[in-house]
Design a protein around this ligand. Sequence first.
Ligand code: EZ4
Ligand code: CO
Length: 403
Amino acid sequence: MKIVDAKVIVCSPGRNFVTLKLVTEDGVYGLGDATLNGRELAVVSYLKDHVAPLLIGRDAARIEDTWHYLYKGAYWRRGPVTMCAISAVDVALWDIKAKSLGVPLYQLLGGASRDAVLVYGHANGANIEETVAAVADYQKLGYKAIRAQSGVPGLGKIYGVGRGKMQYEAAQEGSLPVEETWNTESYLNLVPQLFARLRKEFSEELPLLHDAHHRLTPIEAARLGRSLEPYHLFWLEDPTPAELQDGFRLIRQHTTTPIAVGEVFNSVYDCERLIKEQLIDYIRTAVVHAGGITHMRKIASLAEMHQVRTGCHGATDMSPVCMAAALHFDLSVHNFGIQEYMVHSAETDSVFPHKYSFSNGFMYPGDAPGLGVDINEELAAKFPYKQAYLPVNRALDGTMHSW
Ligand code: EZ4
Ligand code: CO
């Protein structure tokens, strides 16, 4: 079954998405998400100029071989742009294989290891009381696990807060990134107050999560983890930038708060030491950024051997194509932990009709053949690309800080 067309579709139904559509000679097609938030067009070029021409005429059934053809064949290894492109090809090929066999993708990944996929929603507010109200709203919607982020007095709009208490969108339209303001001490003082208040209001049993979004040094993260121990978080995410994997050893020495990391990782080599030394509890790599289903299964297998569970990134910049792939992966992989879930806009859902569903705190990939997600290309064309960037962050004195 030869590939006869490789089409890159760029659209912006509420936010930008890049989608790869691979078509085979017998008419079966598969989709892969290739969205790299704020850097979308770099992946479009990589796919159009360097990947699509290599795919025409190749056997769509050879998924593993094609992965290595693109990875080893490029000579230049890893990196977010390359790995996003490889992910898109890989997922589209899995979609084609499952569709041509007439089975939902999870059946090709070993079958279901559980009945449903536990997800967490994003509650946020400009201050602690607004965040408490948002957590209550998520509970009413049926969520069984909730991430809580609050604004910090004196800092204005920061990561995780904005667009009403139920929604948050990191990328902002415009020709330059928005600049946010940061002060670590104010943040470190506020977060334990937030979780003390949440534990007073809600059951001890409610899984609560928090994202520090790479803004702390290891010793600051250790202080935060320790101060949150009485409120026993499900996880503390991205406590410190992960280029320095040794930093996690320091955090580990000081706190029992479970640690999650990996949304910016793009290969198993980014996680290797963290997993092998059991410095983390959850690995957050996403199908779209870490080499597709093929590579994500290898990451999950390494993690399984070291009692690390998965917690895939699932913000709105993962398109419904990625979300569907993540749900098939989550349902099948033994060491699944939790899946992040942010509801897409109505426009996004109309461009990407899908069979996955949410009910009472859990998600289901559905039993349609393949991924169970499609793209309405005519509608997609009505939402052209809009330049948008992730914000940048500066400390109070103007120094650039991790966002
Ligand atoms: O900032 O997806 O846990 N979720 C996150 C996200 C990321 C965006 C970046 O593209 O950290 O909100
Ligand atoms: Co995050």
